[in-house]
Design a protein around this ligand. Sequence first.
Ligand code: EPU
Length: 420
Amino acid sequence: MDKLIIHGNVPLQGEVRISGAKNAALPILTASLLTSAPVHIHNIPHLHDVTTIMSLLGQMGARVTLHENLGVEVDAGSVNSFQAPYDLVRTMRASVLVLGPLLSRFGRAEVSLPGGCAIGTRPVDQHLKGMQAMGVDVCIENGYIQAQAKKRLQGATIVMDIVTVTGTENIMMAAVLAKGQTIIHNAAREPEVEDLANFLNILGAKITGAGTSTIVIEGVNELGGGSYHVLPDRIETGTYLAAAVITRGKVKLKNTRPDLLESVLLKLEETGGEINTGQDWISLDMKGNRPRAVNISTAPYPAFPTDMQAQMMAVNTVAEGVGIVTETVFENRFMHVQELQRMGADIALKGNIAICTGVGQLQGAPVMATDLRASASLILAGLAAEKETVINRIYHIDRGYSCIEEKLSQLGARVQRMAS
Ligand code: EPU
């Protein structure tokens, strides 16, 4: 398994290009199952999770062609298998996003039930409840969700018990070819949900309200083809900005959108970072100063994202003062705490609250990545630490950060990948 070796204590300086959003690209790729016409998707990030979803579509009989310049063409006209097998779902929970499109277009799907994962139990009960409301028979057999509809899915009014991103996306995709109107109340408002709706509308869907907590879908008989550009990754953006904060550096990020991460920018500004923005760029300058600690509490969009919690905790470990981090979305998303402590961080855990007292300087140490965002926080800590940090199990990072060593090196970081 590859390791990442970082020699830290270097302020990051320079410019970097932000990739397309992983959490928009994945549902958009699965949504291409809703049409028999070819679709072209641009600004696809070069990530392991994207490769996994492309091979899943391929296994189902879709023709998937990777083009130069981050483009993918999917032709789902030849789909002849409706199964997402355990081996793929086990490595990537987002595979469950094939459920809605398969049921909407073919009336059947067999999807391995995702198990728990490093950050929590993550059930899919809300996805299934929505499908059942649209007339789908669902049963769990041998670890698989066996779902079948005797006739075309029926539009329904669905009130989500909790705000779920992929749950909202799955139900929205199921409703696209259903008969009549579907209303999703208490829908997730994440920009990636809106991006998926924009893509579907280009193909001929009739979706309004995406980006708000009530989404209305008027079912149509079929979708056509089309071309779409995936929105920029707000979490990758936030992570590089946090890297500038923790190293007291100055970076400019291009091909991104400041309007996607207002809550994150406000917190980064509170640390002392001077932020400037244009329509498609963000710059942050720490002017060489030590960051100030900030309190954060994660919640669904537009509040502070759980996917930036670990990175902000890393910032707090070196900051001036005490920062209180509250995780409300996932029950077990503090796996990075013990690893940060190995680097000298002062963090006290009380249930879903982490109290971080800034220590000024971290020390390099061998550490282990446990999930995607935890890996990102360890990289940030390593960039700020004295001497060498070796991050084991770095494969997690390749699931969500495109060309991370290249991008960090472009900013002056001393980072090297080693195969072991
Ligand atoms: N939940 C349920 N029942 C459900 C669905 C969700 O109880 O049927 C719970 C979850 O266990 C969790 C909460 O609801 O406690 C919110 O989970 P959500 O369903 O919103 O998460 P997700 O859709 O599985 C997406 C992102 C995650 C991101 C979360 C929260 C994708 C592919 N994944 O996951 O991204 O953390 O939303 O914003 O969109 C990441 O990129 O590192 C990542 C984990």
